[in-house]
Design a protein around this ligand. Structure first.
Ligand SMILES: Nc1ncnc2c1ncn2[C@@H]1O[C@H](COP(=O)(O)OP(=O)(O)OP(=O)(O)O)[C@@H](O)[C@H]1O
Ligand SMILES: [Mg+2]
Length: 317
């Protein structure tokens, strides 16, 4: 559905998107993750023909973003990072204008408006002005609007930004419904790792304009190569022994705890405890936050790659 070749965007001195190549298939939910300023929105805006690449191009739904921008536009939907509905109008009016702008045939307009309103659960509030909507309702209206002209590809730039956990969960359900019932391809960006894990079949991590990792959430987590184990030794003498154990891949001391990346923790924890007397032991599988923090932040890399374990200790998960 999307084929990106050598896509590049330069803003004066700054290389915002640096020679990206990527293919996204039909019915994928593809997550674009990366720190602030990584280039996610720039990529999406170029794919949606709102921004011209400096070089390179992409096919979206088989149409070239440079040679056939109008065809691309009519086959995509986009939900912007910043809200873009008109506050003074009602939800219904916003949708009606959009249907008109996108050439939804008049005989079908009313039916489609009501069906997208139903889909996002806003039918009852459709005649209220948008300024009276909550943040979550506004987000849902944006999604409804993006869906109105039945796009086959949908771009969602931080669709759940600022939503409470309940509204976020509801948004996840809408997104899954779209993929299942409308057979849509979705490209989304998010800073919520559990969201990416929950929704995406594939994730690209982008940093400083480059894709630095590309895989399924499961494989990305596996790529860390172990589980995260936290212990609090009664004596620090044994610590060197732990470092030498073959299945211990990394050891850090954070706030008086020893945090380790351990291959096959379930099997190896008893052996660790034979080497060190510990007040307690906790372990968990790595999550996407660990992956993200390990890969995506230059500052973290420079301070010794340890960020993911520091976070572990900090939040005590
Ligand atoms: N119009 C512009 N002029 C100059 N630089 C820009 C412009 N738009 C974006 N940039 C720069 O391009 C880089 C990528 O920005 P972009 O908005 O794509 O990041 P992002 O990954 O979406 O970040 P966030 O997570 O904060 O939304 C940033 O360094 C940003 O400052
Ligand atoms: Mg952005």
């Amino acid at each position: 559905m999307i084929k990106i070749t050598h896509l590049t965007k330069r803003y004066e001195g700054l290389l915002a998107v640096d020679d990206i190549n990527l293919e996204i298939g039909q019915n994928e939910v593809f997550g674009l993750l990366g720190p602030n300023g990584a280039g996610k929105t720039t990529v999406i805006h170029m794919l949606a023909t709102l921004l011209k690449p400096t070089s390179g191009t992409a096919l979206v739904n088989g149409f070239d973003i440079i040679a056939q921008p109008a065809k691309v536009r009519s086959s995509i939907g986009i939900v912007f990072q910043a809200p873009s509905s008109d506050d003074m109008l009602t939800g219904y009016e916003n949708l009606k204008i959009h249907a008109f702008l996108y050439g939804v045939p008049s005989y079908d307009r009313e039916k489609r408006i009501q069906s997208v309103l139903d889909l996002v659960g806003l039918a009852e509030r459709q005649h209220d002005q948008v300024k009276k909507y909550s943040g979550g309702m506004r987000r849902r209206l944006e999604i409804a609007r993006g869906l109105l002209h039945r796009p086959t590809v949908m771009f969602l730039d931080e669709p759940t930004l600022g939503l409470d956990p309940n509204s976020r969960g509801m948004m996840w359900e809408y997104i899954k419904k779209l993929v299942k019932e409308e057979k849509m391809t979705i490209i989304l960006t998010t800073h919520y790792m559990e969201e990416a894990d929950h929704l995406c079949n594939r994730i690209g991590i982008i940093d400083e304009g480059k894709i630095i990792a590309l895989d399924s959430p499961l494989n990305l987590k596996k790529s860390l190569g172990g589980d995260i184990v936290k212990i609090r030794p009664r004596s620090w003498k044994a610590l060197e022994n732990i470092r030498l154990l073959p299945y211990v891949r990394k050891v850090e001391i954070v706030d008086g705890d020893v945090v380790m990346l351990v291959e096959n923790a379930k099997k190896n924890i008893p052996d660790i405890l034979r080497h060190v007397d510990s007040e307690y032991v906790e372990f968990r599988s790595p999550d996407l936050n660990d992956v993200f923090l390990k890969l995506a932040s230059k500052n973290i890399k420079e301070s010794g790659e340890g960020g993911f374990m520091e976070r572990y200790a900090q939040y005590g998960k």
